[in-house]
Design a protein around this ligand. Sequence first.
Ligand code: F3S
Length: 420
Amino acid sequence: MKLTQEEQKILDGDQGETMAKIMKTVVEFGDVFGAKKLIPVTHEGHLVTSFGIGLIKPLFRIMDEIISAGITSKVKFTVDPRPIDYVNVKCSPLNKLIFSKIMYSQQKRYEQQLKKIGLRNENDFTCTCYLDEVNNIPKYGDILCWAESSAVVYANSVLGARCNRNSGMLDIFSCILGKVPEFGLLTDEGRKADYIIEVKTSTIPEAQVLGSAIGLKVMEDVPYVVGLDKFLGDKLDDKTKSYLKDFGAATASNGAVGLYHIENLTPEAVKFGKKLIKDNAKIYVIDDAELERVKNSYPVLWKKPNKKAELAFIGCPHLSYLQLVSWANNIIDKLKANGRKRVKVRTILTTSPQVREKFSKTELFKELGKTGVKISCICPLMYTNNPLAGKHRIATCSNKLRTYSSSRYYIDEEMLNLIC
Ligand code: F3S
């Protein structure tokens, strides 16, 4: 990689040993991917590592080294959700012990470190930093250094910003330098589509299953989706953005998609149309039968699959305000229709602290509380990611949570029936 004089000086140690190591790491990362140069980051960061897992000692050591060297990040950042919330997601004493003393034993220390280096605000723990209430919203063409896969795919596809699927630590190092290596999704060529996806379903496809089908097929390639605008229209309103949030998270976790284009809808597809498609692009047709096939292929990892769920998580990625209101209304209405007052299964809706705060001021919040449903701001995956959780029967309508845990997947309608 060719460095500017200033970058070379940092690499040579002009700004101290720690900055030199940070620069060396970012440069070597770029070299691996054939980057020719570093380019400036033009918007706030977002970090994937939000959890103080005691085992990842090098992370805390590196953070301490950065702080001792007096280094702060060039751009402020938001962070993925916290792992625990004992008030709204109650745990058994044994679970609590495992979380507090073993798994997330470094949580307080790590959050202090984040604040010292450049956390934007102490409430900024969510994977949906790009929603209005959280307001870490990149503009079209902004260069980012994010790593959270669901946020990267949203920023690239729905906002038209430019970001690679970086790993944890690379995101913070690039925030500190204010530079990222230019390769992959930061280049015009890297944003062209390798696949044409033809959506030929009879009704609007479930976002999480459609995203899953595409992710499993294209893996890390860029898909150009035709036929979906028939259902979604050509406006990026809140409803469509919520749909694309969940769709994208499924493409990014069931596969490794960092960018998708939706014909007539997402900004680059609107601007460039079919010019975005590579000459030799492959074609994948998705109809009702294909979606059914994909959904039926998900393994059920519960030890006793015929027994009812013990816990339901809704909101991975975190629910938008619109989705939270819609789930609350649907649950209340369904319970009324079934002659019930409270949900049958312990249910947690997860959303950002900012959306929760807004929702907590409404009458609907109080009404929902009476049904037994809780609203939390944790990452459900961090909750399920412990040796005891695997024993419980957890239901989810998130294809990302299904993929990374032993939770069982249900489409939204099935989930509503199950909990009510
Ligand atoms: Fe967000 Fe955690 Fe799901 S970071 S996307 S809630 S796995």
